[in-house]
Each structure stands twice: as structure tokens, then as C-alpha cells.
Design a protein around this ligand. Structure first.
Ligand code: GDP
Ligand code: MN
Ligand code: MN
Ligand code: MN
Length: 252
């Protein structure tokens, strides 16, 4: 058993309005059931999610949080503009974004973008993954899955990893419930976070710095799913999320 992870080479610096699907297809011959994994950074750049820090005017709440946390109020304003809930203010902003993803700084990034600019993540990562997937399928004539990734930290462990924030035609979670273990016992709880595992594998080739590898193709694994799929299938239902409940208690 084996699978391949292929770095797509020769992708230029991406700017607002660039046609990412054709740039990808110019640099790799896609095959049926390939999983195309794209860093949110380049998806967002192509979508024009680039803002000048000096153009942002912080409101009252941003000024208050900035004073409490010792941060730039304009950056806080940017984070709040993409957040539906703040779970932690200090020492970092942990928020749930408008699209329902919980992460630090709403995924707003100052790395791999020119000085003085902020890169916001795609506003609707599933919609971005769908557009990318449909366009790639048109150009290549192949059946494809897409994952849009970002780098996130995890609770409890040091070190960030690539994770999925938007998906197209891939079931993000594999349910093992009802399957047997080696000794014939029923598995009762395990669900495998396939989309995050694939994102983590792709991130090994992307890196976080100047590598210039924003797209990786995973070939030889079959997670293709011929219908609309949504990243929210991976979000823990609110009523079961005891970590979020705990964080809300701490804020009070
Ligand atoms: P994120 O995880 O989505 O925040 O993306 P990163 O900022 O970690 O970048 C992931 C990979 O994409 C790294 O190899 C970067 O060097 C690369 N990258 C970022 N922007 C560009 C770009 O515009 N063009 C190219 N070719 N690579 C880029
Ligand atoms: Mn980055
Ligand atoms: Mn990022
Ligand atoms: Mn990254």
C-alpha cells in the first residue's frame, strides 16, 4: 500500500484576480480522483483578500481589546470583522469565524504577503474549494477532490499543522463506528479526520516559509465523493463542545 504527495512546482507569486485553476493545470497533469490541496494563502490572494493595515480604522471594542491585550487595534479590528465569537483575547485572539471555523486571529496572516498588508482567509472556504474544483475539473476533464488548507495550532500540543478549512467532493470524516478491531470488537467512538490528515501530509511539502509550494496533489488514495460536501461536517456540535464551554466560563 502506498500513496503519492506531489508538490506542484513553478507556481508564481499570486495576485488578486489571477486564474489559479489554469496556473495549476499548466504545472501538473491531473488524474481521476486526485486530491488537489491548496494553501488558503494563495486562494485568498487570488480572491483579492488583501488589506492594508493602515487603511483599517479600529472601533471601540477593538480599541478596548487592544489595550487589554497589548496589540495593534487595527489588527484586532480585522480579526473581529471576520469573527462571530471571541473565545480568548489574551495572549492570543482565539475566535470562531463567520464561516464557523475556530482558530487564532480568524486566520488573518501577515506572513507570505508584502510588508504592511494583511491577508484574510477566503470568506467562504467551501465555496472557494468548490469553485477551484469545478474549474480544475473543466480544464482537466478529470474527477477531482479539493481541500483548501491553513496552518493551525492545536490545543494541548506544541507545533502547528496543516488542517482543512474548505473542501470539495471529499468526505472529510471517516466513521469507524460499527467496524471491528483486530479482535472482533465493535468500534464505538472513532471517527478519523481524513481531510485534516491529508492537509497535514500536504503541508510537509508546502512548509511555512519561502518554499513557494502552495499546491500539492495527493494521488493513490480514494476519498472521492460524488456530491457536495461541507467542512462543517467536521465542526463539533456546540452542545458537545466542552472546551468552548469552558473558555466561555473563563471570559465571564
Ligand atoms: P497557509 O498555511 O495557507 O497560511 O500558507 P503559508 O503562508 O504557510 O504558505 C504555504 C506555502 O505556500 C509555502 O510554501 C509558501 O511559500 C507558499 N506560498 C505562499 N504564497 C505564495 C505565492 O503567492 N506563490 C507561491 N508560489 N507560493 C506561495
Ligand atoms: Mn502564512
Ligand atoms: Mn495561514
Ligand atoms: Mn502554512
Amino acid at each position: 500500500m502506498k500513496f503519492e504527495a506531489i508538490a506542484v512546482e513553478n507556481i508564481p507569486l499570486i495576485h488578486a484576480g489571477d486564474n489559479l485553476p489554469s496556473i495549476i493545470c499548466e504545472n501538473i497533469e491531473l488524474q481521476d480522483r486526485d486530491i488537489v490541496i491548496a494553501a488558503s494563502t494563495v486562494v485568498a490572494k487570488a480572491e483579492g483578500e488583501i488589506f492594508r493595515l493602515e487603511d483599517i480604522t479600529p472601533g471601540k471594542i477593538s480599541l478596548e481589546i487592544a489595550a487589554r491585550a497589548g496589540k495593534d487595534a487595527r489588527f484586532i479590528e480585522a480579526v473581529l470583522s471576520r469573527s462571530r465569537e471571541v473565545l480568548v483575547e489574551k495572549p492570543f485572539m482565539l475566535v470562531t469565524t463567520l464561516s464557523g471555523h475556530t482558530c487564532v486571529n480568524a486566520g488573518i496572516d501577515e506572513s507570505n504577503i508584502e510588508n504592511g498588508f494583511l491577508l484574510y482567509p477566503p470568506e467562504s472556504p467551501d465555496a472557494s474549494a468548490s469553485r477551484l474544483g469545478q474549474e480544475l475539473e473543466k480544464l482537466s476533464g478529470k474527477k477531482l477532490s479539493v481541500i483548501v488548507t491553513d496552518t493551525n495550532g492545536r490545543a494541548f500540543k506544541i507545533g502547528q499543522t496543516g488542517i482543512a478549512i474548505g473542501i470539495y467532493k471529499i468526505k472529510p470524516v471517516k466513521r469507524w463506528i460499527g467496524e471491528k478491531d483486530l479482535f472482533g470488537k465493535d468500534l464505538e467512538i472513532t471517527e478519523e479526520a481524513i481531510a485534516d490528515e491529508l492537509a497535514g501530509a500536504a503541508n510537509l511539502l508546502m512548509g511555512e516559509g519561502a518554499d513557494g509550494i502552495p499546491v500539492v496533489v495527493i494521488r493513490g488514495l480514494d476519498y472521492y465523493c460524488d456530491k457536495e460536501t461541507y467542512i462543517k461536517e467536521m465542526y463539533r456540535p456546540e452542545e458537545q463542545d466542552i472546551i468552548k464551554k469552558g473558555l466561555r466560563c473563563l471570559q465571564k
